[in-house]
Design a protein. Structure first.
Lengths: 452, 440
């Protein structure tokens, strides 16, 4: 392992990758630039700190609907023109909405950044939402919901589990929105959302690629600089009260194979330098399912053969609270109940006996290598910066991420499992498969990521 | 070995790299053959301390013997589940210990194994040692074969609930009848259940041989080291002769397949047997299809089906060029009650495009996007590796990427029109609709 540290240090010194530039314009808009001169291309992303967690009951899904409307015309750019102009310049563009944010991006040759910035600054302030185009687009969004959620049994399970695991926090609502809210949404709902959140002081421009930071900042000042800041609404914390007992739901949906999803409440990164638990939970997820023979795979899939698939997932970076999740598909002839019991035994084993130094070193080696590999993707680099900043974390937190993960001890992983993977903080959902021959029940309901 | 199907589709979305400054500069692809007959493609790049390798064989699902649909997939899945005396767990740990990532891909034509590793000596050597065993000495342990069969069958069962998967299977059956492209990679559960260890070993020996191998290397190594790695990987493979060509698909008659499914949407697919990777009409069809349904928000299908009518989230068309003629596919998904209306709009859009072709303005727009976006096709090691694999596997000219922009620019309205008329007879389409009761 020592060999690798040496390599990485040497590499950091000789790297073509410059430091991150992070400035804030006079109107409150943040601009972050990651220079990377490997290829003559760039990606530009505008991140708004407005996601489904900022919505109200009755208009769930409006953050994502607005994302769709952002392609349907401004005062000076007619409907369809945005995409057409970017395409004519050889670019690729799209957008995505999450619980925490809505982001818009263009990938282009490096010398075409100005076009992207000009068009993005225009639609930050001058969007036109006509009732006529809204009426068409809301149909598209409902089709998106049918495609990605209603007709995907595991997505339905996820949506139901979130709606039950959280009782107060807005993370309980699906990003795409409840179907009934979509059916009753109006152009005015979208216009209100746009007026409330689309402002330079609620946005971050992230540009990565073969660009010069000062030139990017110059363009940002020229195009975004003149846009006035808005007074943003007060954001209530809506903190989730402590869960005081396990929850359990059954979801019946057309499917051939059962499915199990378990979620424990968990913290997310707040003070990137002082916090330790979120890093320990990331390592724990790696110990459980970070390779083809990690604990869940080895025990459940290979040895006991009680599952055909099993995985653990935890995201430390979010504006709201976190979840540590495990999902699994039982093997033919095995029950979901037996599978759940087997997963619980694996967790209890870590809580009781901890993890081995070899497992810890293995996960860390993967973290270190992945940090090199991800530099092969400009888009991913920009994406990470946007996520961190939108979640209220400085780019510095990203720079030190690997060091923080390397510092995690086996004891910390065990302690995190003991403290957070408790039955009283657990919600369990089971998919009870219904024969495919039957007609569907009432439309079921979330995706994690909705791309325009 | 995790797999994903239809990876050739990615070729349309394909790549520009480090060194060149202008969009016309060349990517220095080095090519040679090992003494054992493996074809090697290499791009040297030291910007990131990492190495990507892909080794591909003509061992995709079109090579499944009659009555044994799924044999190619099962063989491929088992490669890293015990090899060269290392157990599945030892393989997984050895790779993770050095941060290496081993993955697989399988489609109708190709079975590939890829390795991503740090290029520092200790990590790279360890990763390559495991990689070589996986390629050269899969053990196919009896107990593991039994386990992986059950996992594959479970995955097939799970996919049966997905209307997109049901439609895809029916579409290929309608287009390809008895041709080996007719069945998908996953195969047939009953056939998988019957497969034996010796059948897997036999399939492995005849397909995963040096003369069948295409090796692609991209990253932080020298030419000398690339040669040494290729030789070492090829030396441990069998010498089984190159597999014979697949039969030529014959054009399918018009058909209309309706399948009942408890989904809230209908999944609609329309198409014909399209073109092979070697087709002289490749560029006119590729560029023309941008206008029809390949250009996303910039395409006619998206405009007619989604923007104007709100009928679907996704509406698209593409040619998937394979070793032999792959499909032309047009697709959309819409709520049950407007299925016929949406299908009619798609058919009208397709018919109009074939009759009248694209306008000059549309074609100019398509060419601007494709040529202007060319640098994005090769802006990462991963994308370049994928191009090396395609160039090698389909025997494309070495200057394929150098001439790509010119080839796109050379396409004119007439060429598009003629190529589409030759390929797609709007009266002979295969149509598949999955959803609701299945009746009209």
């Amino acid at each position: 392992m020592h060999g690798m540290w040496g390599m990485l240090l040497a590499f950091a010194v000789g790297s073509a990758q410059a430091a991150v530039t992070d400035v804030t314009l006079d109107n409150g808009m943040r601009v972050i630039v990651q220079e990377d001169h490997r290829a003559p291309v760039m990606v530009s992303q505008v991140w708004y700190r407005a996601g489904s967690m900022d919505e109200f009951n009755g208009t769930t899904g409006v953050a994502h609907v607005l994302e769709h409307m952002m392609f349907r015309g401004t005062k000076t750019v007619p409907p369809g023109e945005f995409s057409k102009r970017i395409a004519a310049a050889g670019g690729r563009e799209n957008a995505f909405t999450s619980r925490d944010h809505t982001a818009y991006f263009e990938q282009m040759q490096k010398d075409r950044l100005e076009l992207a910035i000009q068009l993005e600054s225009d639609r930050m302030a001058n969007l036109v939402i006509s009732d006529e185009l809204f009426a068409k687009e809301i149909q598209v969004v409902m089709e998106e919901r049918r495609l990605r959620t209603d007709d995907q049994a595991q997505s339905v399970v996820y949506e139901h589990l979130m709606a039950n695991a959280y009782q107060a926090h807005p993370y309980r609502r699906p990003i795409i929105g409840w179907m009934d809210d979509l059916q009753n949404m109006t152009g005015q709902d979208a216009r209100d959302w746009y007026a409330r959140w689309y402002a330079p002081n609620n946005a971050t421009l992230v540009v990565a690629g073969d660009v010069k930071a000062d030139e990017v900042i110059g363009l940002a000042k020229r195009y975004f600089g003149p846009l006035p800041a808005h007074v943003l609404p007060v954001r209530k914390p809506q903190a989730e009260p402590p869960q005081i007992g396990g929850k359990r739901i059954v979801v019946k949906a057309p499917a051939q194979v059962p499915y199990l999803l378990m979620a424990w409440h968990a913290p997310t990164l707040r003070d990137w330098d002082k916090d330790t638990t979120p890093y320990a939970l990331q390592i724990l997820a790696g110990v459980l399912s970070g390779n083809d023979s990690a604990r869940l795979q080895k025990s459940l899939v290979k040895t006991q053969q009680i599952a055909v698939n099993a995985g653990a997932d935890y995201d430390a970076v979010a504006r709201g609270p976190g979840m540590f999740m495990i999902d699994a598909t039982p093997a033919q002839g095995k029950s979901v109940a037996a599978l759940e019991q087997a997963i619980r035994l694996e967790i209890q084993r870590i809580q009781r006996e901890g993890i081995s130094e070899a497992e810890l070193a293995r996960v860390k080696a993967q973290v270190i290598a992945a940090d090199v590999y991800q530099r092969d993707s400009l888009f991913y680099q920009a994406m990470q910066l946007g996520e961190y900043v939108t979640a209220g974390l400085p780019p510095e937190a990203l720079v030190h991420r690997v060091d923080k993960l390397r510092a995690v001890t086996a004891m910390e992983v065990q302690a995190a499992a003991q403290q957070w993977l408790k039955d009283d903080q657990l919600s369990v959902a089971e998919l009870d498969p219904q024969a495919l021959g039957q007609q569907p029940g009432p439309a079921a309901m979330s995706g994690v990521h909705d791309v325009n | 070995m995790s797999t994903n199907s239809g990876s050739i589709k990615a070729f349309f979305v394909a790549l520009w790299v480090c060194l060149p400054v202008s969009a016309q500069a060349t990517l220095a692809i080095q090519h040679w053959q090992t003494p054992q007959g493996a074809q090697v493609y290499f791009v040297e790049s030291h910007e990131l301390p990492m190495l990507d390798i892909a080794v591909d064989f003509p061992a995709g699902s079109a090579r499944d013997p009659a009555g044994m649909a799924g044999l190619a997939q099962l063989t491929h899945v088992l490669l890293d589940q015990g090899a060269g005396g290392l157990s599945d767990t030892a393989i997984a740990y050895s790779l993770a210990d050095v941060g290496a990532e081993l993955s697989g891909r399988l489609d109708r034509d190709r079975a590939g194994v890829t390795l991503r590793t740090l290029s520092s000596a200790a990590e790279k050597n360890k990763a390559l040692d495991v990689f070589a065993r996986v390629l050269q000495q899969p053990d196919f342990p009896e107990a593991v074969v039994k386990r992986e069969k059950q996992r594959l069958i479970a995955a097939i069962r799970e996919a049966e609930a997905d209307p997109a998967n049901v439609a895809d299977k029916a579409f290929y059956r309608a287009l390809y009848g008895t041709h080996p492209y007719a069945h998908d990679e996953a195969g047939d559960p009953a056939a998988i259940e019957r497969m034996t260890r010796s059948e897997l070993q036999a399939f492995y020996r005849t397909h995963y041989s040096a003369p069948n191998a295409v090796m692609s290397l991209m990253g932080d190594i020298t030419r000398a080291e690339a040669e040494a790695i290729a030789d070492r990987l090829a030396a441990g493979l069998s010498r089984a002769a190159a597999v014979p060509a697949l039969p030529k698909p014959v054009p399918a008659p018009a058909s209309d397949t309706r399948i009942a499914h408890p989904s809230t949407q209908s999944h609609v697919l329309v198409g014909v047997v399209g073109m092979a990777r070697s087709d002289p009409d490749y560029f006119p069809l590729f560029v023309g299809n941008y206008v029809l349904g390949g250009g996303g928000f910039d395409s006619r299908l998206m405009r007619e089906v989604r923007d104007k009518r709100g009928y679907a989230y996704s509406a698209y068309s593409y040619f998937m060029p394979l070793m032999e003629a792959g499909p032309f596919e047009l697709g959309l998904q819409t709520k049950l009650e407007q299925t016929d209306d949406a299908l009619k709009v798609a058919q009208t859009t397709l018919r109009d495009f074939i009759t009248n072709g694209p306008s000059e303005a549309e074609l100019t727009q398509a060419k601007s996007n494709l040529t202007g976006g060319f640098p994005l096709r090769i802006d990462s090691n991963k994308k370049i590796l994928d191009y090396l694999s395609v160039i090698g596997f389909y025997r494309l000219p070495l200057d394929y990427l150098d001439t790509w922009v010119d080839q796109v620019n050379a396409v004119d309205v007439d060429a598009v029109k003629q190529a589409f008329v030759r390929r797609i007879d709007p009266d002979k389409l295969a149509t598949v609709v999955v959803g609701a009761g299945g009746a009209r």
